[in-house]
Design a protein around this ligand. Sequence first.
Ligand SMILES: [Zn+2]
Length: 619
Amino acid sequence: MSRGRRILGAVMFMCVAIGIGWWQSSRTPVFPELQGPLHITTVADPTPTLISDYPGSGKHSVAIWVNDPDSSWLGLAMGFKSIGLPFRLVSDVDQALEHKVIMVYPSLTGGNTTPDELSRLRDHVGAGGTLVGFSVIGGGMSSLFGFQQSAEHAVRSQLEFQDSPLTAGMIESKVERTIRLGDTTEADSGLPGTHYTGAEQVVAQFEDGSAAVTYKAMPRNGTNEGVGHAYAFGLDIGHFMLRAFNGRFANMADTYVNAYQPQVDIFLRVLLRIYQQGEPDAVTLSPTPHGKAFTALLTHDVDFTRSINNIADYVALETRFGVPATYFIQTKYMTDYNDRQFFNPSRAETLKLLIDRGMEIASHTVAHSNEFSRMPVGSGDEQYPAYQPFVRDFATVENASMMGELRVSKFLLDSLSGTQIVSFRPGHLSLPEPLPQLLVANGYRFSSSMTANEAMTHLPFRLSHDRSYGRQVNAYEFPVTIEDEQGSLTARFDEIVALSNQIGQYQGLVMLMIHTDMLGEKLEFVERYLTHFYDTAWFDTVSGYGNWWAARESVVTDVVDASADSLRLRINAAQALDGLTLRVPDGWQYNAGLEGTRQIGELVILGRVDGRAELLFTR
Ligand SMILES: [Zn+2]
């Protein structure tokens, strides 16, 4: 190419570029009245989450004796909050011994525990208490736990539960029994573990058949009454859960979405059962309100012209059932590769309809690009109308930033609906590392940005800064369980019912993601699902359940004034909530204490708790 032609080419390119720039800047904005947001978004520096950030429950809860504050104890704390297992984090043996069920984390060794402490733990089990030791090495504790020797191993690829009374009725299918610990596509991928040889009873084993979890029942000292329980765990479950919650396990789940994938939940349920076995006054918190079997969140992604046109039909159906749903709406004010512009002032009516019918409006970004997770973070001063992201093709987006997607979509939805948007879902579930802190910085509290299968849990959980370990943010994830793109919903209906019932075994979350891009089959599915589960499931919006969930996380419980035939259960909730559901021991009968409270078998469904409440029980 000659120099002259190069110059000519450059000049032509500049003319075209200037021409496009002029055309873009001279266009009348879609919302001529709107400009904003006017404030600058700043992201808070990460702060380490401390043990003192978790107010403990009373002496009838589990004591987690954390003997290394730099460990992944936060994973246990987050997981216990999610499943509803009350606990207190303690830092010495005296505090631990105030509880019947003690977990020693992350390890119980001759190096980190004095002979006196070990002897007191041994006496605790001898007196009918329960001890769960993680990574039990040396220290002369092997006879207490009922194994001969233990050793560490750098890479474990799988853990498999055996049939035992502890797991009876809980672990039946392969996906419940076998927990993968490494990436299936990579050789030598896995997690470190401690294995135990010569174990009296094996609860779970590693891939080579060595014991991963052991159990020993110890007769009570000097009598034949009752037994103490000693469990040795060979896997760092706190670390496992932190990684799962942060979406840091690649290729560990069997499936991406639309299937039961409860690895985190199985560990939590096993630990919850150990608590119930060892604490006669065990009270646990259901993850679902109002005594229902599970929580179902009906959510709709609105990301095409026809999708926004169809909203009224979905709203009409849901209104007929009196069930609120969440609409994740893309604020698409520009035309690009994905579709024509469809979010404009004429949509104010649709937003008003949603608000009037008690539906939640939520953000589904501006650009809906699969590249969301690779966009620059942005400056925090992105504003409508100057922010003009442009999707060139599936893998290319221009002029876009994470901040812009979060800020500008919220600004437009807030402005047009007259409400505060607090829930967010990215297009294509594209999940950037800084998303948790960017959500909080931009005024969001609830995220639905990954699948339950990626997180390997069917429970909501707290988010962490940069999706890393040890620095929580004030926001929660509600992962997607069921979506509508993997085959016909009609054909999958029975499968979806079965999956919902599996999650109902522990009152978990079923998050349904149904695009409103068509009526017909999808609308019929929603009607069928609502009809099927109307009486048994708790239906709510993401923010409705999210606010309840955040309040539930603040709950601590305490059994006081317990006598042979009565007791008081003290509840403290930093945020008010209705319908908190407790599972109480056999034989407890609720008498009085809190207006609107009722009991159905072992479930006690509470009236409104705002601050402190006391329930009187007889037994
Ligand atoms: Zn979408």
